[in-house]
Each structure stands twice: as structure tokens, then as C-alpha cells.
Design a protein around this ligand. Sequence first.
Ligand SMILES: *Cc1c(COP(=O)(O)O)cnc(C)c1O
Length: 420
Amino acid sequence: MNKQISYRLDELFVEDVSVSEIADSLRTPFYVYSRSTIKNNFVRFKKSMEGLDGIICYSVKANSNLSVLETIAQLGGGADVVSLGEYQRALRAGIDQKKIVFSGVGKQDFEIAETLKSSLLQYNVESVSELESINKIAVSLNRQAPIALRVNPDIDAGTHENISTGKADNKFGIPITTAKDIYQYASKLEKIKIVGVDVHIGSQISDLNAFRQTFENLAKLINELKNTSIHIENIDIGGGLGIKYADNDAEPDLQKYCTLVRQILGNLNCSIIFEPGRYIVGNSGILVTKVLYKKKSQNKNFLITDAGMNDFSRAALYGATHRLIPISKKNSGETEVYDVVGPVCETTDTFLKNHIIERPEEGDFLAFLDVGAYGAVLSSEYNTRPLVPEIMVFNKRYEMVRSRPSYEEIFDKEFIPDWK
Ligand SMILES: *Cc1c(COP(=O)(O)O)cnc(C)c1O
């Protein structure tokens, strides 16, 4: 367990703040993030890159709260964004535009035009059509567009199929076998400036062999490009390094990962762009929820929580399981087995099956662990449940970093037309 999120005596603390204290003043469910954890993860990552000419472009989609991005900005980090919205968040949080890469398989004209007006680090281009779009818009604005091609190395990252992106059948990237030709083509486009090559093979990856093969393919491509006098400055190796969600999960080794990068890509005279998301924020967050009801059916016990799949959807989307612990331990010695479910009207609104937990009572507060990545960002107002609030803790202080909208605020965005 993350040291910043742990029990002191029988009370769960995030840094120096007791979670009960927050739960007494704010209606559950809500997320709590540890700012020090994010900082520590970032600094550890940076240290592991030692000896490399590298930059961390934090993957904003993992957790895009402005307070998280501000934490990254304070540490000198850059950003990997996949929409104009994320780009503007990054700027608002103080991230240097020159450290922003724009990824994504479906960039729109208005997004390209708006970001071309400033000078971001590079566009990671995913198709020939996109390349042509960027060039056309760049010509019309008389700007140069720095680009990298996102190549698809056709490698199985050995992760869940819904978060695998580097296989030939996935929608992502340009087949590495055709990349050379497309680089040639790109080099002839008037306002395209080739600066890099990019890859991202998936998420929650623990098998370093997938990375090794990918890096080897990249090195080969870069050398081949050199022979055709296309010079690559930046190697963007994407994100994807996994974290430990369960006690028996394999923990991918950051040091070994960086050693691979150094060995395979370190001597190519390029700067390396890292795009970690989950690794930086995953273990920094908890989701605090209340037990609404205990319910017995014929052969199951259900624990119904006030958090639902609209607040936290990793279980419904990826079949993910997260540790669930009480925020106040009772030390009763009694445990019970539950299916832990939310209140949303969907059968997939199930967080855990056959979960063993210290005998809970209705009204008790529990916390899902390691929900800092792909948690709040995936929340919705399904069932007209207001967007889940977010709190950030830093040492002894805690602050609201996203508030829960009122019903009025929700309804104010909708209109009943006057059809008469
Ligand atoms: C999602 C994503 C990342 C971050 O992935 P993690 O598994 O959170 O590290 C990085 N780069 C790109 C292009 C992505 O789509």
C-alpha cells in the first residue's frame, strides 16, 4: 500500500488528513488524491530516467483535474493531450506549451488550427489523411507543424484487450511496415516538419518484453530513416507502464524499464518523450463511499454502496478489481463475503464479487484504493447522479478541487423548446 495512504491506528489517512474528517463534512461518494504521492511518483520517474535526454509528458487523460496538472507543472512536467479541451487544461494549469504533445486518432480541424497558433512540441499523427489535414491547415495559417508518426508495431502487450493499442487490428497508429514510405511522403509536404517517431502499445502493461520488442523495432526504423536522410529528434515511447492493484499483481519495474530505454534507444542521439499516466497518478487516489444497504438474496450477500459505475467505471469497462477497505477499522475479527454493487440500474454496476471484508454496517464508510487514474475522468451523470466531487490533500490540508454540481446546475444546461 502507498505510504501516503495508510492506517494510523485504526483510521485511514491520506497524508496527514483523516478520511473520516472529510467524510463528516462532505457527502459521499467523493475522490481524494494525495498530492505528495503524485509528486513522489513523478520524481521517482524522473530519477529513473537519469542519463537519458528525456522529458515526461504526463498523459492528461489519466486524471485531468486542474490541481493534478498544476502539480505536474510545478515539477516541470509536460503533457500528452488528446483533445483541445485537454490542451487548454494543460495551459491553464501552467504547463509549458513547448512541452505538450498532441496525440489521438481523431484530431479535428478546429483542434489542429487552434493548437497550431502556439508552438507545441509535436503532433503524433495516426494516418495519412490526418497528415494531409494538418499540412493543409498549416499552409492556410502559414505555420510549420512539427510531427511524429505514431507507428503500430503489431505487438501484443499482454494486457486487457480493451486497453491494448499496439496490435495490427487496433485502430491506432500507422503500420510500422509502411512508416518509411509515409515519412518520405511527409517530408515533401510544404508545412510539415518531421521531428519524431511515436508509439504507444497499451496500458497497465507489466511484461517488459513487449516494451523491449517495441523499442527494438523503433530503433531499427530510426536507423533506416537515417539512411534516407530523414532525421528523427524525438522518440516518443508512449505510456503504459502498469501498477500494482492487488497484492499478488506483478509490479513492472520502473528501473528495468528505463534501463531498456537506455540500452535500446539511448545511443540514437534523440530525446526521449515518456507519456506515463497511470504510473504517476494511479495509486494517489481513493474513492470514498458509504454502505447504503446490506441485502441478502438466495445465495449471495450484496453490499450496496452509494458509489456507482457512473462515478467509477473501471470495473464495468475493464473488469478491473480494486481493493476496498474500511476507513475506520473495528478490529472485530469478524469477516463477511459480499458482492459489492452500486445503485445504478445496470447489472454491470458491480465493483467486486465475493469480496471478503470486516463485517460492515449500513452507514459505514469504505474506500476503493488506487483509483487516481481513469477514475473521476470517466465519471458521468448517468441516472442523474451529479458528477462526483474531488478533494486533494497536501500534508495537513485538504481542498475541494472539483465540486459536486447542484441539480439546478445540471438542469440549467438543458432546455425545453417552446414547440407552439
Ligand atoms: C492513454 C495513453 C497514455 C497513458 O497510458 P498509461 O497506461 O496511463 O500510462 C500515453 N500515451 C497515449 C498516446 C495514450 O493514449
